[in-house]
Design a protein around this ligand. Structure first.
Ligand code: HEM
Length: 487
């Protein structure tokens, strides 16, 4: 049989199988009651079964939101994504409403893919799962290992690791892939501070697995060979296996009296109110969640910094001037300190503009704990709520000439409207890794501008949107040592 006839025979069967799996994934779920509720938000649930999932996941997230805000309402609209009836709450007022009603009207909700990959999130939105999530969040926040007081102690090591990475992977190279090297750097930092491991071979093994998980989290929950979700599940199993090994080694070292300060050690010795230790599987899941949350977001922010600043020599020159000023106040060879970071105001403003134009994380979901009314519309209990930075970041009302890269928007005198710029969320669920991210990013900025000038190899490189923005070819850049006259 010829290849073309074989393809025409097999293709419809494959399509049918795909369709059945989609129906089984989405349609056989218990739908929340909504038909009896009056005054639902305007909007469209989209296609039967799939809803508007494909546009949401694979299109440009800004277009998805802005076109519907124009069509239905600038405050709220309904849609159906990933099998869930969802209300998207928009604008600064919407952000404020959401962030200030945490645990009153809303609680956190993770889409099916995330629930399945991170087993401790479990499947349904039951009360016990909600409590488990709150406990999990406390584990991330309560011991304070991501708070500034604790981070002060990480800073010199963070600087030392960044310098090592620059020497090893950046220096003496004409061309590098900014995205690839940023990922190696952020994972190395995360492995050091969260797991206490330094071995590069172990870390490079993990990089691919984490990339697979990030893609799988933002794909359809179709679990068969060839799908992104299938690959992500395999990667999650491999990481859990590796983490359990690390936990065993750590426990043995702690018994032998070694003193350690990483997040993993804290989790090993932490007990709940009944004095019980956390199970190893649970620790592995939580650490994996922390690594995923803190790895690709930071790497994405660093990568787009390289892109935008690579396009703007004027902005590069200002950042360099600031960083050389920081450098001049220090003894030669001394590592970065907390006060140095506080002086990097212009550099951080540039990062804010990078995160406004290309946010690493778009937004997150919540679950409505009871019926509620917003902007005159009723949202039923059990619906999912989505908030996203895209409803404000490009709005000329808050950011005049929104496409223009202009770090002066964040100057002290220029007050932005409250809740219009929330790259790290807000309220009780504000990203707990915000300060860690700021330190890692500014340490990177300090080291990269001091050493190099760069230009984009392909200024028109496409950005692929799989919920997170990714440069299609990992952002190749041409590097040259900084001319000492550039300042
Ligand atoms: C540029 C880097 C980062 C950005 C833009 C970012 C952004 C965000 C956003 C928007 C949220 C959602 C808040 C919400 O649901 O309202 C979030 C949550 C979270 N982030 Fe980050 N983040 C970054 C880095 C990090 C880092 C480095 C870590 C870990 C060290 C981290 C850990 C977390 C965790 C654990 C949550 C979930 C908190 C919860 O559900 O209560 N993030 N982040």
């Amino acid at each position: 049989m010829e290849l073309s006839s074989l393809v025409s025979l097999v293709a419809p069967i494959l399509l049918l199988v795909l369709f059945v799996i989609l129906v089984a994934t989405f349609a056989l779920r218990t739908e929340p009651r909504s038909s009896s509720v009056k005054g639902l938000p305007p909007g469209n649930f989209g296609w039967w079964v799939i809803g508007e999932t494909l546009e949401f996941m694979f299109g440009n997230p800004e277009n998805f939101v802005l076109s519907r805000m124009r069509k239905y309402s600038p405050h709220i609209f309904k849609t159906k994504i990933m099998g869930e009836e969802t209300a998207v709450i928009c604008g600064p007022e919407g952000n404020k409403f959401l962030f200030s009603n945490e645990q009153k009207l809303f609680t956190a909700f993770r889409p099916q893919t995330t629930q399945k990959l991170f087993r401790s999130y479990q499947s349904a939105a039951t009360a016990s799962v909600q409590i488990a999530r709150e406990e999990e969040t406390k584990v991330f926040r309560s011991p304070g290992f991501l708070k500034p007081e604790a981070l002060v102690r990480y800073l010199d090591k963070m600087d030392a690791i960044t310098q090592q990475q620059m020497k090893k992977y950046w220096e003496n190279r004409d061309q590098v892939e900014a995205f690839t090297l940023s990922k190696t750097l952020t994972l190395t930092l995360a492995c050091r501070f969260f797991l206490g491991i330094d071995e590069p071979e172990r870390i490079s093994l993990l990089v691919n697995h984490f990339d697979d998980i990030t893609v799988g989290m933002h794909s359809l929950p179709l679990d068969f060979p060839g799908t992104g979700f299938y690959k992500a599940n395999k990667a999650a199993k491999a990481i859990r296996r590796e983490l359990k090994e690390v936990i065993k080694e750590k426990k043995a070292a702690m018994v032998a009296g070694a003193s350690m300060q990483d997040v993993l050690c804290h989790m090993i010795v932490a007990t709940d109110e009944a004095g019980k230790f956390m199970a190893e599987t649970e620790i592995a899941d939580k650490i994996m969640g922390l690594l995923v949350a803190g790895y690709s977001t930071v790497a994405t922010a660093m990568t787009f910094f390289m892109k935008y600043v690579g396009e703007r020599p004027d902005i590069y020159a200002k950042i360099l001037a600031e960083q050389l000023e920081v450098e001049s106040g220090k003894k030669a060879g001394k590592l970065l300190e907390w006060d140095d970071i506080q002086k990097m105001k212009y550099s951080w403003n540039v990062m804010c503009e990078v995160m406004r134009l290309t946010p690493a994380l778009q937004g997150t979901f919540r679950l409505a704990l009871s019926d509620f009314t917003y902007a005159g519309y009723t949202v039923p209990k059990g619906w999912k709520i989505y908030w996203t930075v895209s409803t404000t970041n490009k709005n000329p009302e808050y950011f005049p000439e929104p496409q223009k890269f202009d770090p002066s928007r964040y100057d002290e005198g220029n007050k932005l409207p409250a809740f219009a710029f929330v790259p790290f969320g807000g309220g009780p669920r504000t990203c707990p890794g915000k300060e860690y991210a700021r330190l890692a990013i500014l340490t990177f900025v300090h080291n990269v501008v001091k050493r190099f000038e760069w230009e984009l190899v392909n200024p028109k490189e496409k950005i692929v949107w799989r919920m997170m923005p990714t440069p299609a070819n990992a952002l190749p850049i041409r590097l040259s040592p900084r001319h000492s006259t550039t300042s």
